[in-house]
Structures are given as C-alpha cells and as structure tokens.
Ligand binder design. Sequence first.
Ligand SMILES: [Zn+2]
Length: 224
Amino acid sequence: MSELNLILLGPPGAGKGTQAERLREDFDLAYIATGEILRKAVADETDLGRKAKQYMDKGELVPDEVIIGVILLEVEGDAAADGFLLDGFPRTVDQAEALDTALGRRERGLTAVLCIDAPDNEVVRRLSGRRTCAEGGHVYNIHTDPPKHDEVCDQDGSRLVQRDDDREETVRKRLEVYHRQTAPLIRFYEDRDLLKRFDGTRSPTEVHDHIRATIATLRLEDEL
Ligand SMILES: [Zn+2]
C-alpha cells in the first residue's frame, strides 16, 4: 500500500483535533504537531532544540528555518516512513516549499491537504461558548455540552470560567491571523491540486466519514 502523507489545515474550533485523533487510529500515522515536536526537541536537547530554546527563553518566535529543520527530521524519521499527519505545519508558503523539496528529494510526495473549514461566526460561537472548571480543568460548552447547573462543574462543583483565550475578541484576533497566514497556503495547495475541503459545521462523525471516503478515493486513483 502506498504511504499516506497528510496535512491538516483549518481554523481553531473547526474540529481539527478530534479528526487528527481519529485519523491516527484509522491509519496508524506518525502524528507531527509543531508545538509538541518543538517541545520534544528542546527536552531532548538536540542541536535544533537548543537553538529553538534560545528564542523561546526570550519569549521570541522560533524562526522558520529552525521549525522547518525540526519538522523535516520527523518527516524523514523511521516512524513516518509509512506516512504522517502534519498539524500546525506548514504555516507559511516558505515552509510548504521546504517540505515539498525535502519530500521530492526522497521521491515522496503529499497525498492530500485536508482543510476542515468553518465560518468565522460558527468558530466564535463554539469557542466563546466554552467554560472551563477553575479547579479540575473540566470543559463544557454552553451551546453544545452545558453543565447541569449554570456556572458550576458537574464533576466537582467548582466555578466555571471563560478562559481569556476563549473570549470573543481573542477568538476574532486568532481568526484574523489564521486567515492572513493560511490564505496563501490554501492557494499554494489548490494550485497543486492537493487541497480537499471538509465542512467543519457537520458532526465530527460526518466529517470523519467524509475524510475517510476521500482518502479511499485517492488511494484507488493512486492504484490505477
Ligand atoms: Zn471540574
């Protein structure tokens, strides 16, 4: 069977995390999430990890070439030999081109870029509806998964609060950044005929079914 090399794109709150979990179970893919991999490189004190740490300690953004280096090591590692699922990378066209070049050198390529989309207002509604338990971190949503009693955690009776990250103004700012960064990437992958769109307003199971069907079709085409 051919390898499955996937990228996951989409705004916060569109259900990327849930789909990533299911895809990992379905296909046993190496899951490469930028934040996690950077933290691991720092903890393992690799050359790139040490470089990344210098910026992180100063509260600065880790430069593109360090992030690219860390991610490519994972993509080229044994664990990802049969396929990978990238989450949070690439974020820029430069990163996308670096990935392209690295894969091309090994005569590998991307299978698809899965974009789970949801309109801004839906994302704002979902994320600003989140309430988090101040004690145990239990998460509720006033629209889709409300607690039995307003503002109180079902499990331990603690007070529920809205995290700063989930405030409407913050979510709108994150969305602005997301659209600014992602628009060129979406064009980049559309031009290469790799972009597949999924409707993140559907239920997680419907989105999952649609992704699986799309991957099955791609694999069939690949065999022909
Ligand atoms: Zn709680």
